[in-house]
Ligand binder design. Structure first.
Ligand code: AMP
Length: 282
């Protein structure tokens, strides 16, 4: 496959694919000679064993979807296949995910980004992609993999916009675990992000007050927040950034009906995600 001069696009996933994943695959197909997709529920990045156990899996369906999106190859494996040199999972050396892992997801999920960086480095080593595609939905992860790619010297990291349902909820493999009631309440995450963006557009520049606008909506709808905060993309900090904000982003994580969901939104970008207009339904 790796013939001289042809480009390889790579989309790493944990499967249970939805339109958000497939948008990444289709873009990789457009931009590369061959596209390869991995489907692997990586145990190294789960801090909660129950979350790992109940993570949805359907490899046959995923393979069909990947094929119909035009990718040349889909592969999976076990942790022992990917790290044959390790005797046990515990002895796999973890890669330091760097400063982008500080705060938010990194603080709440100990070891998560080390697990991500470790498997992504190994998958890059197997596939040797020219370009790798990641979703903005996992914003902090895009910073971690960018730092990883920079230190490896490859591949080019392409960040794709968040794909959303009609009501604004970010597509996620975990959405199938939501009860009807939890699904209805989950739209509040995006509503909160839009409220923060409206505040930014109305001239609010204080990170604390922007975060308060974000939280207000969520708390009013009884959402159990893990965090709802503002960061500056231009300089990642583990805690709230000092003003002035250059490229403000609101980020949120919550448990709704026992399902952990995350989302984020740039407050200053004029447009947002695929197939969804930001101001719709607010
Ligand atoms: P996952 O299977 O959740 O590990 O996701 C695999 C890739 O798809 C990651 O780069 C995610 O950021 C990306 N992704 C997941 N959900 C979405 C979405 N709603 N929109 C865009 N990209 C997404």
């Amino acid at each position: 496959m790796r013939s001289e001069g042809s480009s390889i696009g790579f989309v790493p996933t944990m499967g249970a694919l939805h339109d958000g994943h497939l948008a990444l695959v289709r873009r990789a197909v457009r931009e590369n000679d061959v596209t390869c997709v991995s489907v692997f529920v990586n145990p190294l990045q789960f801090d909660d064993p129950r979350d790992f156990e109940r993570y949805p899996r359907d490899l046959a369906r995923d393979a069909r979807l990947v094929e119909s999106a035009g990718a040349a190859l889909v592969f999976t494996g076990t942790i022992a296949d990917f790290f044959p040199e390790a005797q046990q999972r515990e002895t796999i050396p973890r890669r330091d995910p760097g400063p982008a892992a500080l705060g938010l997801e990194g603080a709440l999920r100990p070891g998560h980004f080390a697990g991500v960086a470790t498997i992504v480095e190994r998958l890059f080593g197997i596939v040797r992609p020219s370009r790798a595609y990641f979703g903005e939905k996992d914003f902090q992860q895009t910073l971690v993999v960018r730092d990883l790619a920079r230190s490896l010297g490859y591949p080019e990291i392409v960040v794709c916009p968040t794909s959303r349902e009609e009501d604004g909820l970010a597509r996620s493999s975990r959405n199938v675990l939501l009860s009807k009631d939890a699904r209805a309440r989950a739209r509040a995450l995006h509503d909160g992000l839009i409220a923060a963006r409206q505040a930014w557009r109305a001239g609010e520049r204080d990170p604390g007050r922007l975060a308060a606008r974000l939280r207000e909506r969520l708390i009013r709808r009884g959402i159990e927040l893990e965090y709802a905060e503002i960061r500056d993309e231009a300089r990642w900090t583990s805690g709230p950034p000092e003003p002035p904000l250059e490229r403000p982003r609101a980020l949120v994580a919550a448990r709704i009906g026992g399902v952990r969901l995350i989302d984020n939104l740039s407050l200053s970008d004029p447009v947002e995600g695929v197939g969804w207009k930001a101001e719709q339904g607010t």
